[in-house]
Each structure stands twice: as C-alpha cells, then as structure tokens.
Write a protein that binds this ligand. Structure first.
Ligand SMILES: Cc1cc2nc3c(=O)[nH]c(=O)nc-3n(C[C@H](O)[C@H](O)[C@H](O)COP(=O)(O)OP(=O)(O)OC[C@H]3O[C@@H](n4cnc5c(N)ncnc54)[C@H](O)[C@@H]3O)c2cc1C
Length: 381
C-alpha cells in the first residue's frame, strides 16, 4: 500500500470505462488533448472545487464604450488557491509603478505595467456581496489604505448568507471603512470608457441607485445613464446603468461548476452543472464527489469549506468500506450540520458574525474567527 502523487490537471473522466485522462504539469501548456495520459481506477473521488460565476454579458455594448479584453486587472476569487498570488501580482505592479515615479503620480496610462491610473489611490471594484466579497473588500482596504473601493451586490442584503440582521451591520461597517456600496446592482460586463479607462458596467434598481447616488455625490469619475430595464411604477426608468472605472476588479460572484465537469461522462448532474451525489457521497457506483463541485441530493448547501471538510472523511471511509466488500447499507451517510456560526473578518481587529437569529460584532468576533482560521491553516503547514 502507498500513494502516488501526480501533479497535473485532469482533462476528462469516463466513469463507465473507469478511466481518466490528465496532463502532467510539464504538459500543461500543450494544447493538444493527445498529450494527456490515461489513468485507470476502481474508485474515484472528484473534488475539483468550483470556479467564479462569470458576469452576465449584455447583448450589446453600452453607447460610448468599446470592448475590453481580459486583463491582469480582473481577478477571480475561485479557484481560491490562485487568488492571493493574483492580488500580490497586482500589488507588486502597483507599488513598483509608484516607486518608478518621483511625485507619486504618472502622466499617461500606458507608462504603467497594467492599466493603473492614479498611483496614490487605485480604484478597486469588488463584484459580489456575499461573505467572500465583504471579506475581500475589507482586506483590500487594509492592503491599499488610500484606494477608492466599491462593492457591487445584486441583492439588497449583503454579508453572510444574505441575512437581514447581519447585512445592516456589514453595510455600516463597510461605509465606516469608506467603501461605496451598490446594492441591487447586477454587473453586466466590462468595457472601455471613452476616456480610455476600463470600467465595470452595472445595472442598478432605481431606488437603490438614488440612495447611493446621494451618498456618493463626491465620488469621482462615475458616469450614470438611464437603464434599459423598462419603466417603473412612477413612469421613470426602473433601472439605471452605472460605470465604475477600475484599476483592479475582483470577481466574488459565487461558485459555478468548473469546466472539467462537462468532460465527465456517465454521471447525473444537479442544478447548475454540479455533480449530484447521494447521502453516501456517491455519484455512480464507486464514483464519489465532495466539496464545492458536489451537490448532495435533497440538500441545498452553500458552497463553503465547512461542508467540504466534513464530506471528505465520509468519502474516505466509504471507499474503504466498498473496497472491503461491504454492502451499500453499511456505508456512512453524510448528515450536513443544520446551521453553523458564520464569522466575517474585517481585517482590522473587528469581526461580524451570526449564529441562528443572532448577529454580533466586535474585537472578540475577530479574535475567534482568526483563531479558527489560523488553527485550520496550521494543520496543513
Ligand atoms: C475569498 C473566499 C473566502 C472564503 N472563505 C470561507 C470561509 O471563511 N469559510 C468557509 O467555510 N468557506 C469559505 N470559502 C469557500 C471555500 O473556499 C470553498 O467552499 C472550499 O475551498 C471548497 O473546497 P473544495 O475542496 O471543494 O475546493 P477547492 O478548495 O477549490 O479545491 C479544489 C482543488 O482541485 C484542484 N483542481 C481543480 N480542477 C482540477 C483538475 N482539472 N485537475 C486536477 N485538480 C484540479 C484545484 O487546484 C484545487 O486544489 C471562501 C471562498 C472564497 C472564494
């Protein structure tokens, strides 16, 4: 007995033939699927996580804008393993550009390594008002203290699991940290404004737009237009289009199924293309899935690590039991916890949390969150 670790990317899985194809790291850049190698299996556990939900691209580009090609300035939160290195790369570009100038400002955009515009205060837009978006915007405030930070959220509530009581606390805390919040705003895509700046194009429900516009009178470089979402009850347009120029945009729009899942044959698919598993975490006889890429039948669990870490031991134990010839009735059944204490780290010694109907905040919440997260990370150092 032993284990073989292969560093590579799985590109296709055939669950009926019980084989998969992968490209080892040395072949990752090769475009040809024939470069892949085959691996046969008796039992398989698929745990490939999720990718960031893409923006809903509008049918046509807004007037006065041109298409913008994907760039280093747009960072996706998932897979989470690459997030920190992408932000570090932006920070290092930013600070090296700042160091290259004497007066802290720069005349033209193209002199900069990315599309950086004003060195003293990068404009950063975080798209997505869930836990990840809120923690990230707070972390970015800490990392770029003088930045202009905006958070776009498609719903009115933001924060943990979109609970009302937490949402109000989170909004207050972010405003205290000079974050502009655009709720009920759907990010439609990126474009290049006439003045040359890349911008996120969002469509905001009118009432929320009015409120935020009042709050953000001083916000620079914002351009608003009538939306195309039809008329509201009072005859005004129901939506307003907003354009937020950015030097860095972080997409925290939640989890979508990774492309690999489309290259897996012989499984049942749950909603939105995730792998459907039963209570034993099996998707097909001998094929298991856990974590973000799996959807447990009859449960609608959020895509969170707290579930992934409890599903994995069930998969490991059940593979052992099947390999020993035990019947399906003898396999463990995964029982997700009904609720969990959810905590947000605002990265400056303050945390916000919720447990059942309670919402709380303060230094002790930060301490608890930090202790839990650091303890978890230390187990893998
Ligand atoms: C910013 C942010 C903050 C978060 N904070 C929390 C939190 O505080 N608490 C919490 O519970 N959850 C949190 N989450 C959610 C949590 O990160 C995920 O739910 C969790 O990581 C899912 O675990 P996983 O093992 O399913 O997937 P991942 O952790 O994404 O791991 C998937 C692995 O599969 C590998 N992989 C992918 N495709 C392939 C392939 N084709 N071939 C080979 N390998 C592949 C990836 O490289 C990666 O190593 C957060 C998420 C984000 C984005």
């Amino acid at each position: 007995m032993g284990a073989l670790f292969i560093l590579g990317r799985v590109v296709a899985v055939d669950c009926e033939k019980k084989s998969l194809r992968y490209r080892s790291n040395s072949n990752l850049t090769a475009g040809d699927a024939n470069d892949s190698e085959t691996l046969s299996f008796d039992y398989l556990s698929i745990n490939v996580g999720s990718v960031t939900m893409p923006m809903r691209e509008p049918k046509s580009l807004p007037q006065g804008t041109t298409p913008l090609h994907p760039s280093d300035s747009i960072i996706y939160t998932r897979p989470v393993s690459q997030l920190v290195s992408h932000i570090s790369k932006f920070a290092s570009n930013w600070y090296s550009a700042a160091a290259a100038t004497t007066d802290g400002t720069i005349a033209t955009q193209h002199e900069l390594p990315t599309s950086l515009s004003c060195l003293s205060s990068p404009r950063i837009v975080v798209v997505g008002g869930g836990s990840a978006g809120v923690e990230l915007v707070a972390a970015l405030r800490r990392r770029f203290p003088s930045s202009e930070l905006s958070l776009l959220a498609s719903s009115e509530t933001i924060g943990i699991l979109h609970r009302d009581n937490v949402s109000e606390k989170v909004k207050k805390a972010l405003r205290q940290r000079q974050v502009s919040i655009y709720t009920q705003t759907v990010a439609l895509g990126q474009c290049q404004l006439v003045n040359g700046f890349p911008a996120i194009h969002g469509r905001q429900a009118r009432s929320a737009a009015y409120q935020e516009e009042k709050r953000q009178k001083k916000q620079k470089n914002n351009i608003t237009k009538e939306g195309e979402g039809g008329k509201g009850d009072n005859g005004e347009n129901a939506t307003v289009d907003i354009y937020l120029p950015f030097d860095l945009c972080v997409m925290a729009t939640g989890a979508a199924a990774p492309p690999l899942l489309q290259a897996i044959s012989g499984l049942t698919w749950a909603s939105h293309g995730f792998i459907q598993v039963d209570g034993t975490m099996q998707a097909a006889p001998g094929v298991f899935a856990a974590g973000d890429c799996a959807e447990v039948l009859d449960y609608h669990l959020p895509k969170a690590g707290v579930y992934a870490v409890r599903e994995a031991p069930i998969v490991a134990e059940n593979i052992m039991r099947i390999a020993e010839g035990q019947e399906k009735e003898k396999l463990l059944e995964y029982q997700p916890q009904r609720d969990f204490m959810a905590l947000l780290n605002l990265c400056d010694g303050v945390g916000i949390g919720t447990w059942k109907s309670l919402a709380f905040s303060g230094g002790w919440v930060w301490w608890l969150k930090n202790r839990i997260d650091s303890g978890f990370m230390q187990r893998f150092q």
